[in-house]
Design a protein around this ligand. Structure first.
Ligand SMILES: [Zn+2]
Length: 108
């Protein structure tokens, strides 16, 4: 990754109502400080939007957001960290991942 890509790294402010506000990581730094230092919720401006800090679930990397979307759609991570589809399961004998409803071709 070169410097330009790093400087354009985006993060996502995830809100309780499901809204996602994406902004450059650099710009989120200030928001992180506000969140860390404020004991009570307050309204803050992000670009053209005003949000209540109480509605912020968290500030996440694109990687984490992708994980959340995959889990929502029923995908899961196997023990090697590889994403598997909803309904897929490991073969009880050899551990190979089998699509939903299929039997293992190696063990049967
Ligand atoms: Zn098997």
């Amino acid at each position: 990754m070169n410097n330009q890509e790093i400087s354009k790294q985006l993060v996502c402010i995830s809100l309780r109502n499901g809204i996602e506000i994406w902004l450059e990581e650099e710009k989120a730094e200030n928001l992180k400080k506000i969140l860390a230092n404020s004991k009570e919720s307050k309204f803050i401006n992000i670009g053209k939007e005003t949000i209540n800090t109480a509605d912020i679930v968290g500030i996440f990397t694109p990687q984490t957001m992708e994980d959340i979307i995959r889990r929502r759609s029923g995908q899961w991570k196997d023990k090697y960290g590889k994403w598997q589809d909803r309904g897929a399961r490991p073969c009880p004998t050899c551990g190979r991942i089998l699509p939903y409803g299929k039997t293992c071709g190696f063990c049967s």
